[in-house]
Design a protein around this ligand. Structure first.
Ligand SMILES: *Cc1c(COP(=O)(O)O)cnc(C)c1O
Length: 290
């Protein structure tokens, strides 16, 4: 079910003299979506090396990471356990996780904040979002030689793990732009710096743009929804409402304001997450599925 061949880089459009392209990581795997496939790559490898029988991880009720871990765990013969933030609920994401055999434990938001666990005794622990050194190592393989001709690489940020891996694999003359989808995500500046310090990466060729979180994680408004529907209709490329939709909105807004020099070539990384649109349909009655 893996995508066969090289993941396409597609032309989106040329606007205000800027050429926009997208690397379709959403196509890599139907269930281990986008950047989550890359984050799990070395976590699964390490879990096997450690001879673990179980993968334990954490996430919210609509988490792309939980869905991806449930599937990847099953595929690789691991038992999977998830600590889920908040009261017990049912939704498409969690239903999918259970179908893959994942065991779910719901804990209050207060207790969830205290989450901490170490690997051992046959249990491989993956932090929320797959954001550990193995996740970052996987994400440093997302870009290939085709990326070298681009002036800018763009992605959506949650934990900042993906962008850290991307930055680690770019040329110093390139600039990597991240669009955090959480409100109050200024901490990412530090987290990403620390990630890069840990691998002795020194160039400052990256920047976070905090203006497009739309009120916070999984918050949407009519303007964002119209943008996503219009984008999908125009370019026949699906976006999710939680991550890639906000990133693309922000990018188009900046291109519209001539924030990039004429002649710039921009590569957007589609980090997947389309299963999240099911949750948006359930919660808000807004159908973003293409
Ligand atoms: C998890 C996720 C992200 C965020 O990745 P981080 O490494 O946590 O910054 C971005 N886009 C999509 C679609 C995701 O599922």
């Amino acid at each position: 079910m893996m995508f066969k061949g090289t993941i396409p880089i597609q032309n989106i459009d040329e606007l205000n003299g800027v050429k926009l392209f997208i690397q379709r990581e959403d196509l890599r795997h139907p269930f281990i979506s986008g950047n989550k496939w890359w984050k799990l790559k070395y976590n699964i490898e390490e879990a096997k090396k450690m001879r673990a029988h179980t993968i334990l991880t954490f996430g919210g009720a609509f988490s792309n990471h939980l869905a991806a871990t449930a599937y990847a765990g099953k595929e690789n013969g691991f038992k999977t356990i998830a600590i889920v933030r908040g009261e017990e609920v049912e939704n498409a994401t969690l239903h999918f996780c259970k179908e893959q055999g994942m065991e779910l434990h719901f804990v209050s938001r207060e207790k969830y904040k205290l989450k901490q666990s170490e690997s051992g005794n046959g249990i491989w622990v993956i932090p929320e979002g797959g954001a550990n050194e193995f996740g970052m190592k996987g994400c440093s393989e997302i870009l290939d030689a085709r990326a070298e001709e681009f002036d800018y690489i763009v992605c959506a940020c949650g934990t900042g793990n993906t962008i850290s891996g991307l930055i680690a694999s770019t040329l110093v003359k390139q600039k990597i732009l991240g669009f955090p989808v959480l409100k109050g995500a200024e901490f990412l500046q530090n987290d990403i710096s620390n990630n890069l310090k840990s691998i002795d990466y020194k160039a400052q060729n990256w920047q976070l743009i905090f203006d497009y979180h739309f009120g916070g994680y999984a918050k949407l408004n009519d303007e964002l929804i119209s943008f996503i529907l219009d984008f999908q209709h125009r370019y026949k490329i699906p976006l999710d409402g939680i991550y890639t939709g906000k990133m693309m909105y922000g990018l188009f807004d900046l291109v519209g304001k001539y924030a990039f020099p004429v002649g710039s070539k921009i590569l957007v990384i589609h980090t997947g997450g389309l299963q999240g649109n099911e949750g948006i349909k359930e919660r808000f009655g807004v159908d973003l599925t293409m």
